[in-house]
Write a protein that binds this ligand. Structure first.
Ligand SMILES: [Zn+2]
Length: 343
């Protein structure tokens, strides 16, 4: 039976605005040998925790290597659909959540019936670099059970409250079944329904742990690779005739969302296709120009590439006498002609 109780410690850590960003701390450090903690804002990179009131060497978990491996496998399985990674080596000075297995709540001056604890932001935001605890002295030597409790504590640091659904990881209801994160809108609460978050300023009426974690962590296998850009023409750093064509293509491991061509901050054309052809204005004044190509994939990853060219004088037109005003006029004409291409 779950007895992991949520401790509401408002804004003790660095919280991430709800919905504004994915959590930076998507690496989860599982530690079974204990850690040296000092009181302070929650920061796994420097071992300070809002849960401890004095410097403490926490107890580890006396567990066989086999059970430890099973526990780590269970953690990976419960979180498999989200873009998180697990390690049992200290990642050091990079954003991560630290998950400490071992000891008893009384080691921390907490109520003796607690099986775990995590800081929780009253606005249900993410607590970056949080340190969470599972008190294995209070639990059976059951890797699955320990893994479920620890997953709930980590969930609290990602801003998830308790849910009233027995098979849900975030539930404290008794369950004879294995728990996992459930893709269902459920009332929050321990044994009776209440709004989610703090009682004075709830953050939402109900909670869907899977959708919240997808929003805050992303899906496993999500696209982190930016698109590639190929400039078919013009060749870079070459001299081109007025009215030359720009021809570019973008490719991505998932999908290209947009391909955009601009000049001096002014967008000339954009498309949702992976290729873009653009006829430059034939009255473009001679001189150096830097065109910029930007490709964005469906996950928001961006690649840009500059195309630097020298536009030659057209036949019978002297390079002298073209002013910067002439360039501006040329681009106004260009924009009018291709207005339908703009977003
Ligand atoms: Zn809890």
């Amino acid at each position: 039976m779950a007895r992991a109780v949520l401790v509401a410690i408002s804004l003790m850590g660095t919280t991430t605005d709800v919905g504004a960003h994915r959590a930076e701390s998507r690496l989860i450090y599982l530690e079974r040998h204990g850690a040296s903690l000092r009181p302070g804002n929650n920061d796994a990179r420097v071992q300070t925790s809002s849960v401890v009131t004095h410097a403490i060497d926490t107890a580890g978990w006396d567990v066989s290597d086999e059970d430890w491996a099973t526990t780590m496998e269970c953690m990976s399985e419960l979180w498999a659909r989200f873009d998180v990674a697990f390690t049992d080596r200290d990642p050091g000075n990079v954003p991560h959540i630290e998950a400490l297995f071992g000891g008893s709540p009384t080691d921390f001056g907490l109520a003796s019936n607690l099986t775990g604890v995590s800081p929780f932001a009253s606005d249900c935001g993410v607590i970056e670099n949080s340190i969470v605890f599972t008190f294995t002295d209070k639990l059976p030597k059951d890797p699955r059970r320990v893994c479920e409790v620890m997953s709930q504590e980590i969930g609290h640091s990602y801003g998830l409250d308790h849910e009233l659904l027995a098979v849900e990881v975030m539930s404290q209801l008794p369950s004879g079944q294995l728990r996992s994160f459930q893709d269902q809108e459920v009332a929050c609460g321990e044994t009776t329904a209440r709004p989610c978050g703090s009682s004075t300023a709830p953050c939402r009426a109900t909670q869907n742990s899977v959708q919240l974690l997808r929003e805050r962590l992303g899906d496993f296998g999500g696209d982190d690779t930016a698109p590639a850009i190929i400039v078919a023409s013009p060749a870079p750093n070459t001299t081109v005739d007025p009215g030359f064509m720009v021809s570019v293509a973008a490719s991505d491991d998932v999908a290209v969302a947009s391909l955009t061509l601009s000049l001096s901050g002014t967008q000339l054309a954009t498309t949702s296709n992976p290729t873009l052809e653009w006829e430059t204005d034939p009255t473009l004044a001679p001189g150096h120009y830097t065109f910029r190509v930007e490709a964005i994939d469906t996950n928001g990853n961006l690649t840009d590439r500059d195309i630097v060219v020298e536009v030659a004088s057209s036949a019978g037109c002297s390079a002298t006498g073209h002013s910067s005003l002439g360039i501006a006029v040329a681009f106004v004409a260009l924009r009018r002609r291709r207005r339908t291409a703009y977003r």
